[in-house]
Design a protein around this ligand. Structure first.
Ligand code: CMP
Length: 143
């Protein structure tokens, strides 16, 4: 079954939005198979956002994501990578539709509440960066 990496960013945690976000994904029908509240070390943040290394906002991005606790999660279900991105909304909250997480709760592109893997390849890479296999659970088939 497809899995993705989602993370409530420091702004989302400070604003007590973990429950709201987890609730939306549970209501949709996805299953939470791994989760941890953690403060990201700088080295892990630089690896996670490696593809943005040359961008002018890279320093700001790493500084923000390491500035306070995040809630890192692995979610599982049919088409969870693309559907959870639809539920998150566009990266820039100026363009994210009402009804999406960013459309409902964010104003600026830097502090946009949530991160989600954008492809199968990124999902596999990001899950492996944040979780050991033993930290992920399997649900009973008839649950
Ligand atoms: P995310 O999905 O976590 O992946 C990369 C992040 O870079 C993105 O969300 C935004 O929060 C952030 N980002 C994109 N553009 C900018 C920008 N111009 N200034 C600051 N942060 C940005």
């Amino acid at each position: 079954m497809e899995q993705t990496f989602l993370m409530v960013k420091p702004d989302g945690v400070q604003r007590n939005l973990i429950g709201e976000i987890v609730g939306r994904l549970e209501n949709k029908g996805y299953q939470l198979v791994g989760a941890k509240l953690m403060t990201i070390p700088t080295e892990l943040a630089e690896q996670h956002y490696g593809e943005h290394k040359e961008r002018p906002f890279f320093g700001e991005l790493v500084e923000f994501i390491t500035s306070g606790p995040v809630f890192a999660m692995v979610w599982e279900g049919e088409n969870v990578i693309s559907t959870s991105r639809l539920m998150m909304g566009a990266t820039n909250p100026k363009e994210s539709a009402p009804g999406t997480v960013r459309g409902d709760f964010a104003v600026t592109v830097g502090k946009n509440i949530i991160h989600g893997s954008d492809s199968l390849e990124s999902a596999e890479r990001e899950i492996a960066l944040f979780f050991n296999k033993e930290e992920l659970v399997a649900y009973a088939k008839d649950a």
